[in-house]
Write a protein that binds this ligand. Structure first.
Ligand code: DAH
Length: 336
């Protein structure tokens, strides 16, 4: 197989074409569904396990080189084919290889899309915040440990200016400028004073959801989150709610997602994984934001985008999301 790949690689490097038809013929010969590269990919199945890594890398390399070469040939004949002597100064000088979206962006867009189908609109807020929007308006008591320097990056003390530690601050910003009914989905970058490891980072991303109207119930929340889990993880997904505590919701819950039944190595055989925090908006939070808790109720939820992306793509080390190594990023081409 390796010899075959090498042979094709040499062949590809020597390719020539003098017009667009010839380029297209080459594309079909090498890159189409029935092309020689796909035939090799199909043979990949039969490669012994211990060789898979090496052969896989060589195959990927061959594919990239063939795509590059054919794009370059196309660019050249395109320029020649323009049938006029005039120079087109707006043309790019060389084939520009397209980038890919970052996996966190792909997952963020997908989550925003899912909730927009339920009528949620996008809301955003600043990364540099004050104590009121991150803590006080969300019913955090003055002595709550989240206010500690160990957990939060402060920019100034008294009055406290800080980097937001969660996207729940966007709930407060939304309630300030909008009266119920409110239905928003709020993605953003958040910051915590954490040691960096494979499972924690001082910068990460969250998505917050908030729904306030007359008569919103826990059942509405459960149904919305079940819909979300099925859209992201597939029809077989189920969720369960576990009691939890957050200062801004009452009752609070954590939503878990069953990863396909019997349990797997991601959930360490338990069958359940925590995917988000959620709950009914605490009446104190509504009051702090001038919304009458006798008339309105609502639910809120918040999840880490890295975590959902890790579950979706099986990424085991969170740091990969921030290193921007193209060998990692290019693996998400297909997801575009
Ligand atoms: N803000 C919480 C965190 O950063 C996540 C969260 C939990 C958001 C419950 C919510 C919620 O809106 O209701 O861990």
């Amino acid at each position: 197989m390796i010899a075959k790949i090498q042979e094709l690689l040499e062949e590809v490097e020597k390719l020539k074409a003098s017009n667009l038809e010839e380029v297209e013929a080459l594309r079909i010969k090498y890159l189409s569904k029935k092309g020689s590269l796909n035939a090799l990919m199909a043979d990949f199945r039969n490669v012994p396990a211990e060789m898979k890594k090496e052969v896989g890398m060589k195959l990927n390399d061959l594919k990239a080189k063939a795509q590059e070469k054919i794009a370059a040939l196309k660019e050249v004949v395109d320029t020649q084919d323009c049938g006029t002597d005039e120079l087109d100064l707006t043309r790019t000088a060389y084939p520009v290889s397209l980038g890919t979206r970052h996996p966190l962006t792909i997952v963020k867009n997908e989550i925003v899309d899912i909730f927009s189908r339920l009528g949620f609109t996008l809301a955003e807020g600043p990364e540099i915040e004050d104590d009121w929007h991150v803590f006080s308006a969300l019913n955090f008591p003055p002595e709550h440990p989240a206010r500690d320097m160990q957990d939060t990056f402060f920019i100034e003390k008294d009055p406290d200016i800080l980097l937001r530690t969660h996207t729940s601050s966007i709930q407060v910003r939304t309630m300030e400028r909008q009266k119920p009914p409110i239905r928003v989905i709020c993605p953003g970058r958040v910051f915590r004073n954490e040691a960096i490891s494979y499972r924690a980072h001082c910068i990460f991303h969250q998505i917050e959801g908030l729904y306030i109207d007359e008569g919103v119930s826990f059942a509405d929340m459960k149904q919305s989150l079940l819909y979300f889990a099925k859209e992201v993880f597939g029809e077989q997904a189920v969720i369960r709610m576990r009691p939890s505590y957050f200062p801004f919701t009452e009752p609070s819950a954590e939503s878990c997602n069953l990863c396909g039944g019997k349990g797997c190595n991601v959930c360490k055989g338990t069958g359940w994984l925590e995917i988000m925090g959620c709950g009914m908006v605490d009446p104190n939070v509504l009051k702090a934001n001038n919304i009458d808790p006798e008339k309105y109720s609502g639910f809120a939820f918040g999840m880490g985008i890295e975590r959902i992306a890790m579950l979706k793509y099986g990424v085991k080390d969170l740091r990969l999301y921030f290193e921007n190594d193209v060998r990692f990023l290019h693996q998400f081409d297909e997801a575009l």
